[in-house]
Design a protein around this ligand. Sequence first.
Ligand code: 6PG
Length: 270
Amino acid sequence: MARYLDCKEKGEVRIFEDTDELATDLADYVADLSELAVKEKGTFAIALSGGSLIGLMSKLCEAPYDKTVDWGKWHVFWADERVVAKTHPESNYRLAKEGLLSKVPVVPGHLHSINDSLSAEEAADDYKFAVRQLVRTRIVSVSDTSDCPKFDLVLLGLGSDGHVASLFPNHPALDEKDEWVSYLTDSPEPPPERITFTLPVINAAANVAVVATGAGKAKAVHLAVDGPSQTDNFQQPPPARMIQPALGRLVWFLDTSAASKLDSYEVTSE
Ligand SMILES: O=C(O)[C@H](O)[C@@H](O)[C@H](O)[C@H](O)COP(=O)(O)O
């Protein structure tokens, strides 16, 4: 049985007994947001990360979602991408294509992946330009509080070091205030060259979900949701703690292992 916790400004925390239950609820959540966005504005602009998240989205390829979701209205972006060829085993595009997008009727022209023939710096600029065009044409909404794009949903995994997208602890990309897309040539995790949406873009989204499973994520989940204590002695809060949608809604999808180090919160429903 899932437990839903309301963690004040850190959003809603959903805790599931196992990954199968989590995947079912995640599919429902994405399908509901897709339906709402399509009804309101005719498109659903979703940004994906890499890692285990894509496997956890696999129920979207199954009944009823394979038929009920309006896949033709989806526009898919990458919250972060490794600057490698699209056929490379480390490509987030390839991961999402093979695990999800090739199994549902999305429009190939609606998959907004990076230009992998460019350097990381050029690819970040090029991606920002591409997103800007889609904001101009209203495929992606614009934030009510800044000039940032307002994605309908940004889906993030969580690293055990607290990174989200390719925003790593103490990396200068975390401090970016103006650019929509940053680049890295020194990612602490391979491959070194990546591009990533910046915090202002992630925090401008209408919905942000962070998905984490396994005991290896428990400490990072605790630091992100409960916050570091003084003895943790961080120069800067962990990146996941800096996910604070300005007007949007933040939801954490956790299994019991990933949630195991959370402080206790009042259970609001079952
Ligand atoms: O491209 C990337 O490296 C990812 O976008 C990254 O942010 C990922 O989501 C986390 O590292 C969690 O990955 P796991 O869920 O596989 O641990």
